[in-house]
Design a protein around this ligand. Structure first.
Ligand SMILES: O=C(O)C(=O)Cc1ccccc1
Length: 283
């Protein structure tokens, strides 16, 4: 099976794909939209992209691209622990404290904010499309006094020296990656990492009216449907217009979730099921 992922080689997404799909043919894409487009065009069967980090929150580009540009069903989710390391070209292994620029994905830089503030007040940040893109750039520019924040596999893959390990500010640093497919369908994988199912809905409220969100939440509450996430994102139709992404802690069933959706539609909300899918947790 061909699986596209946010590359280049050795991103955290790459690690997540390798763990859950050890036999897949992996195809790296430089950006999240390119990876999603490749699924849409049928170039790859599945795509895996980061969705949310426990410290930094959502990867807005993923949510927005899926909602506004290329709506594909979510067919699975992978949750993986994230460990960030500071790495330099081996030429700078002895003078790494003098680095001027730190390169990485914006989420990785945010996850190490306290560390950077304490130890690298003089450094400036350069944002890259992924952590391994930063590692690759550092390896290709030995003349520059720069460092990357990335994982251990990236250091190995691009021949960099780790000079500070585990620089993420909080121990509980996990990221959710979603698996998308062109058409909805069950993921045929039998993994020991399977940890449960969830359903993701996108809900747009009819208009700005008192108690609207309360009514939406009560449709889930009285059915005892447990929500594990609720997030608002700009609808991009005007200031103050939002839609909500809601995760329900169970698989789509025949009664409860369809009942909640029917109730929301009766309230004039529009509801779209983005996916009902298994999730896999990497320890
Ligand atoms: O850039 C990567 O390696 C990714 O896979 C995205 C990401 C970035 C920061 C933390 C977790 C995932």
């Amino acid at each position: 099976m061909k699986i596209g992922y946010l590359g280049p080689k050795a991103t955290f997404t790459d690690l997540a794909v390798t763990t859950v799909f050890p036999n897949a043919e992996k195809v790296p894409y430089n950006t999240i939209p390119e990876c999603i487009d490749a699924v849409s065009s049928g170039e790859v069967e599945l795509g895996v992209v980061p969705l949310e980090n426990a410290i930094e929150g959502s990867v807005n580009l993923t949510i927005d691209y899926l909602v506004h540009e290329q709506t594909l069903p979510i067919v699975g989710e992978i949750v993986a622990p994230i460990q960030q390391h500071l790495m330099v070209h081996p030429n700078h292994a002895d003078d790494w404290t003098a680095i001027r620029y730190v390169y990485s994905h914006s989420h990785a830089i945010a996850q190490c904010h306290k560390f950077l503030h304490q130890h690298f007040k003089q450094a400036m940040y350069e944002y890259t499309t992924s952590t391994s893109a930063a590692a690759k750039f550092v390896s290709e520019n030995p003349q520059l006094k720069i460092a990357a924040i990335a994982n251990r596999l990236a250091a190995q893959t691009y021949g960099l020296t780790i000079v500070q390990e585990n620089i993420h500010d909080y121990d509980y640093n996990h990221t959710r990656f979603i698996i998308v497919q062109r058409e909805n369908g069950e993921l045929a994988i039998d993994s020991p990492l399977y940890a449960g199912d969830k359903t993701t809905l996108m809900i747009t409220l009819p208009k700005d009216q008192a108690g609207a969100l309360h009514q939406v939440l009560s449709a889930f509450a009285w059915r005892k449907l447990n929500l594990t996430k609720i997030e608002s994102r700009p609808a991009k139709t005007g200031l103050g217009n939002y839609f909500f992404i809601v995760d329900v802690d169970q698989k789509m069933d025949e009664v409860l979730i369809p009942g909640a959706i029917a109730e929301l539609e009766a309230l004039d909300c529009s509801v779209q099921v983005l996916g009902s899918y298994p999730y896999y947790v990497i320890k």
